[in-house]
Design a protein around this ligand. Sequence first.
Ligand code: RB5
Length: 145
Amino acid sequence: MKVAIGSDHAGYKIKEDIKEVMDELNIQYEDVGCHCEDSVDYPDFAVPVAEKVANGEVDRGILICGTGIGMSITANKVDGVRCALVHDLFSAKVTRLHNDSNVLAMGERIIGPGLAKEIAKVWLETEFEGGRHQRRVNKMMEVEA
Ligand code: RB5
């Protein structure tokens, strides 16, 4: 699996933490930035991550900003992206099982690094369940057509 990861200044620290998780899991990733805590605009990082997922350059994307909200709204505007804003472990698991979410968004001003790392791990390691959920995902994606 290959992952694209991005953050704004308000999500920079957790982005770095999640890169450590992916190193431990031997997951290949591309960091699109930002690369320090200087103020930047979250769409400048959400769009490249979302586009890499949508065009198949990577399998999944992870986005972090202060709340995760700006990142998730922006990512979901790119066709082919199913971005889930997640701040608990149950949602991390079920959004993979049921929604086949291909981008994960989190907010560094909402949760700490310990929980964020666990969420990323569960989300990365959980496979889509398919079956009746595939039909529902198909209906969701038909909205884009
Ligand atoms: C930046 O101040 C903040 O607005 C951003 O990180 C994010 O929370 C937006 O949704």
